[in-house]
Design a protein around this ligand. Structure first.
Ligand code: AMP
Length: 610
């Protein structure tokens, strides 16, 4: 059987690993480097991949492509906000992203394929045999089309992609956590430009992604920028020179700052030097680890709330996390390790190289596949909540965000108008309280419901999401058994940016949303009490004193006067007074109903005795 390699196709760097005996190992290139920069340059002399491409990035910015992972499986609309970060040209109005390099156009899978091919050749040179099969890792939050694009890249590179594995799962595999009988694992991944937190459940060798969160623009690059700004200010203060506009000096400063940052992970102090020959001096500055920590603390803090949000989505407390795994070069920073340990209250796994751990885990997964052990299942989660619109335009959630799929949910609803025979079903996706602020996925009608008083029909709505993320909605009136259903694909046509915007807006508008929802609920309750009172008056008005009827009608008018307004307290008070005013009438009605029932029972019994 041919060998299967494990590949970490990263945003900044990529690696390939294989299993030697029982240990996973990353494969170095001829110069002994294991990280292959995920950079591809199209030059007049041919295509460069990795270190060589990275080195000429400053000289050839429009033809050098980096961070292509951010574009995988996306359309132009998804990425146009990001484009200001990139010097290369992305062509508008295409279904999938296309990048212009000189005369030609390339797609992200093609660019990734060039990186994969370089890794494939590296493995072939090292192992002395053709490599045709691979396991490739992707972030846990990658959707179907991003996973598909990654598979396509493998195919273009001449690799059969046996499995796409989630990066946090791979990292856990590298630490042997699949051998846990059962447990919850948090994987904290802080790289150069992205932060991801994933909460996994392991049970009998099966990994399930319970929740993910993160920030697509947070990482070691922010630490570097903070240091660069600090040095710039210091150069200005001590030498009266502003090097901010000097592109070459800035490039040197950025590289030097990153190197100093990395040294400070192992030393308490370091010396930073920057030759500024054009200004006639060399800048020298000693910097202490505590100074760096002061600069980067705000960024480290920014990683902690996504951790708490992911836990909340997984409905878990911090004390339920059994293992914490660190991934990404920036987790070497002692302050990062400290904050993670403080948050979770236990030391994280950091024994393996955090930049290699995902590739090592991919090799373990490859080994498991080669050995024929295929029971490692990876489950997905819903990115946004799903529900239906109910009375007053409120969204009623059936399947909350970050629920593991496949899943199903069922709830009973009813009508709000007497004699309603058609019920509108409006399927929604999003995190806001009101239907109008969420995304409309589908509308359909449940027809042929027998005319009944409002509140009588029992309409059971079932949501079912299969393993492919396809949602089926089924509505059935339980008395008449009239049913209708519809199928929707929640991810279809929804860009990731939209998903993120929708989640973000739900935080921004949380307070006003809750207020609107409460107002609508109060109004709905007032309407229900008005209807019930009117019905009771028709049925039992003659059984009570006229003065009492007049009092009830007065209270009824008071509710009607405010029920359409926005003053929730006024509606609640008026409804409360109406409820009070009708208490006696309700008792009288109940009594008479009871008497009627008793009378008919006596008649029946009398008849039976005969
Ligand atoms: P990754 O995306 O996982 O390859 O991580 C890259 C990031 O890790 C970059 O921002 C690097 O500067 C950072 N990094 C690598 N080694 C260290 C280190 N020893 N100390 C601090 N940061 C590091």
């Amino acid at each position: 059987m041919s060998r299967i390699v494990g590949i970490d196709l990263g945003t900044t760097n990529s690696l390939v690993a294989y299993m030697e005996e029982d240990f996973p190992r990353v494969i170095p290139d001829a110069e002994g480097r294991v990280l292959l920069p995920s950079v591809v340059a199209f030059t007049p002399d041919g295509v460069l991949v990795g270190e060589a491409a990275k080195r000429q990035l400053v000289r050839n910015p429009t033809r050098t492509i980096y961070s292509v992972k951010r574009f995988m499986g996306k359309g132009y609309e998804d990425v146009k906000e990001e484009l200001r970060y990139f010097p290369f040209q992305v062509l508008p109005s295409h279904e999938i992203v296309r990048i212009r390099v000189g005369e030609r156009e390339v797609t992200p899978p093609e660019v990734s394929a060039l990186i994969l091919r370089a890794l494939k050749e590296r493995a072939e040179a090292h192992l002395g045999e053709p490599i045709l099969k691979a396991v490739i890792t992707v972030p846990a939050y990658f959707n179907d089309s991003q996973r598909q694009a990654t598979k396509d890249a493998g195919r273009i590179a001449g690799l059969e992609v046996l499995r796409i594995v989630n990066e946090p799962t791979a990292a856990s595999l590298a630490y042997g956590l699949h051998r846990l009988k059962e447990g919850i694992v948090a994987v904290y991944d802080l790289g150069g430009g992205t932060f991801d937190i994933s909460i996994l459940r392991v049970k009998d060798g099966i990994f399930e992604v319970l929740a993910t969160n993160g920030n697509t623009h947070l990482g070691g690059d922010d630490f570097d920028r903070a240091m660069v700004d600090w040095f710039l200010a210091d150069i200005r203060a001590r030498h009266g020179v502003d090097v901010g506009g000097d592109l070459e000096a800035m490039q040197e400063l950025r590289l030097g700052a990153e190197a100093a940052k990395c040294r400070l992970s192992f030393e308490d102090r370091t010396v930073f030097t920057l030759p500024l020959t054009q200004h006639g001096f060399t800048y020298r500055r000693e910097i202490f680890r505590v100074e760096l920590e002061g600069l980067i603390e705000p960024f480290v803090q920014q990683t902690l709330s996504p951790c708490r949000l992911a836990l909340a989505d997984a409905q878990l407390g911090l004390d339920q996390i059994e293992e914490v795994v660190l991934v990404g070069g920036s987790t070497r920073v002692p302050l990062v390790k400290r904050r993670v340990q403080e948050l979770f209250g236990k030391p994280p796994h950091s024994q393996l190289n955090p930049e290699e751990v995902v590739a090592l885990g991919a090799a373990v997964q490859a080994h498991i596949l080669a050995g024929g052990i295929t029971h490692m299942l990876l489950l997905d989660v819903t990115p946004l909540s799903l529900g239906i619109e109910t009375l007053g335009g409120v969204m009623s959630v059936l399947i909350p965000r970050n629920t593991t799929i496949p899943t199903t949910a069922k709830e009973l609803f009813t009508t709000s108008v007497d004699g309603q025979t058609v019920v509108d079903m409006h399927v929604l996706q999003g995190e806001r309280e009101l239907a109008k602020d969420n995304r409309s996925l589908a509308r359909f009608e449940l027809r042929g419901v027998d005319p009944m008083p409002a509140g009588m029909p029992r309409i059971e709505v079932t949501f079912l999401i299969d393993a492919n993320g396809i949602l089926q909605v089924h509505a059935q009136e339980l008395r008449t058994e009239k049913a209708a259903s519809i199928e929707v694909k929640p991810s279809y046509g929804l860009t990731d940016a939209e998903v993120e915007r929708m989640i973000e807006e739900s935080f921004i508008h949380a307070e006003e949303d809750v207020a609107s929802r409460l107002l609508i609920e109060t109004r709905n309750e007032a309407d229900a009490v008005i209807r019930a009172t009117e019905r009771a008056l028709t049925q039992g008005g003659h059984l009570i004193a006229e003065a009492e009827v007049a009092r009830i009608k007065e209270a009824l008018a008071a509710v009607k006067a405010v029920s359409d307004g926005n003053d929730r307290d006024a509606i609640r008070e008026a409804t409360g007074r109406l409820n009070q005013a009708t208490l006696h009438l309700a008792e009288v009605l109940m009594d008479s109903a009871l008497k009627e029932a008793l009378a008919s029972k006596q008649v029946t019994e009398a008849l039976e005795k005969k």
